[in-house]
Write a protein that binds this ligand. Structure first.
Ligand code: DSN
Length: 479
């Protein structure tokens, strides 16, 4: 462990150096720390990376180009990048029990694109090259190349629907994945809000996708990946899991057996900054069958790797291999369940009636509000959340009827189940005291709301009090 003094000195010195060039940037960095320290951060996809992870990103690795893979680069002088990339991949393999890890993706969408194109290359391009008896695409005739491009663009994907908690990158039209694939969705049972595996199997039988995707950004339950793999196998689909939200729960062995995607999926993607608590970035895990295609991610779909971020991934993954990470992961779920119970006891409606992961989805229509009104009222009260669609949402993806809350960040700060109950009380007070507002012409507004500013201030102070026992980055003083 580094000394608190060393961490303070490092950040203070960095700000001093930045301030000498552009003081407004140094001020904004300092202000961001102050804001994060004072707000109750309940955004399910955010966390606080360790000082070591943050510091690993701010250095001269940022200046190095390193296209290619470890030991096989298109640029000279990559020996130190090789060291950190190999370390990050080794930690990832060991942590998740995967035979191959690719740590270059810059984000979750990038990791998913790498996976999609690795699958397309394996399932569509390689057979076409074989049929044409050539080694690579440049050797195809114009006619065969044209036919292959059409075939690549004519593939199917089955993923979870957006309003059931799926993710935009799983084949939805506003995202490139929806323009690449013919997509169909599976939803959740309207009565329970849970995935109905028989319905997924039926959809797979009817649609015959090349890729079956599991994974979510707003589904508060576990997914049985063994069953999903059986469904994929029954229709010859490649099974891909996007575990971005719950990677920390897999790493911390809270999700094991049927609920650990790594032994069941052909390919797994993730971000590294959510429950995993690393730097902003992405990662792909797979078996030997897809490893070569995955390693072509750059330059196939990625710009040059970011060696400074790979260095930070190595640091964060090393942290996640420590025994205390399992305790952290379990506390994330304990806290989410305590938050859910606290909300239910106070009369809130929760999608699926609770949670068994890191997130809770409140249906705020029970409070007479849209997600947007609820999100803003909570923000006025020092509680940072995000609005989210609920299944069959009548208010669509912009206004929504839900508020998604998650516990990875507050758990990192050290808050426990008692503080989650206090947090549930603050959320309930704000939502039950907020009323919908009207437009200038008197019609009901989906965005405007009325909340007594004195109440918002009071809750804000209570939130700050709740956090004061659990300082964020206690080792870091900037003044
Ligand atoms: N932005 C992330 C989330 O909030 O879930 C995933 O895209």
């Amino acid at each position: 462990m580094s000394s608190p003094n060393a961490e303070s000195t490092a950040f203070r010195s960095a700000l001093e150096v930045i301030r000498a060039v552009e003081p407004r940037v140094a001020d904004a960095i300092g202000a961001e720390l102050a804001d994060q320290r004072e707000s109750l951060k309940l955004i399910a996809s955010e966390n606080y990376a360790s000082p070591a992870t943050l510091l690993a990103m701010g250095n001269w690795f940022s200046d190095k180009y390193a296209e290619g893979t470890v030991g096989r680069r298109f640029y000279a002088g990559c020996q130190n990048v090789d060291t950190v990339e190999a370390l990050a991949a080794e930690h990832a393999r060991e942590l998740f029990g995967a035979s191959h890890a690719y740590v270059q993706p810059h984000s979750g969408i990038d990791a998913n694109l790498v996976a999609f194109w690795a699958i397309l290359a394996d399932r569509v391009e390689s057979p076409a090259l074989k049929r044409a008896q050539v080694r690579q695409v440049n050797d195809l005739t114009e006619e065969d190349w044209f036919a292959l491009r059409r075939e690549l663009g004519d593939q199917r994907m089955l993923g979870m629907s957006l309003d059931a908690g799926g993710h935009l990158t799983h084949g939805f039209r506003p995202n490139i994945s929806g323009k690449m694939f013919d997509q169909r969705s599976y939803g959740t049972d309207p009565a329970t809000g849970l995935i109905d595996y028989d319905r997924v199997a039926e959809a797979a039988r009817e649609f015959r996708p090349l890729i079956l995707v599991a994974g979510y950004s707003a589904y508060p339950r576990k997914v049985n990946f063994r069953i999903m793999r059986e469904i994929a196998d029954s229709v010859g689909a490649t099974f891909m899991v996007d575990m971005a939200h719950f990677a920390g729960l897999v790493a911390g062995k809270v999700f094991t057996g049927d609920f650990d995607p790594v032994p069941h999926a052909h390919i797994v993607t993730t971000t590294t900054h959510k429950s995993l608590r690393g730097p902003r970035g992405g990662m792909v895990l797979c078996g030997p069958e897809l490893a070569d295609q995955v390693d072509r991610g750059c330059p196939m779909v990625l710009g040059g790797p970011l060696p400074h971020v790979m260095a930070a991934k190595a640091v964060a993954l090393a942290e996640a291999r420590r025994p205390d990470f399992a305790d952290y992961a379990q506390r994330i779920v304990d806290n989410a369940q305590a938050l859910a119970e606290g909300l239910l006891r106070r009369g809130a409606t929760l999608v699926t009636g609770g949670t068994d992961n890191h997130l809770v989805l409140i249906d705020v229509s029970g409070y007479g509000l849209t997600g947007r009104q609820a999100e803003q009222a909570l923000l006025d009260s020092g509680i940072v959340t995000n609005r989210n669609a609920v299944p069959q949402d009548p208010n669509g993806a912009w206004y929504t009827s839900g508020i998604r809350i998650g516990t990875p960040a507050l758990t990192t700060r050290g808050l426990g189940t008692a503080e989650m109950d206090a947090t549930a009380e603050l959320i309930h007070i704000v939502l039950s005291q907020t009323t919908p507002g009207s437009n200038a012409d008197g019609t009901p507004s989906k965005a405007k709301y009325v909340l007594d500013p004195a109440l918002a201030d009071k809750v804000s102070r209570q939130a700050t009090d709740l956090l004061s026992t659990y300082p964020l980055y206690p080792s870091v003083t900037l003044a």
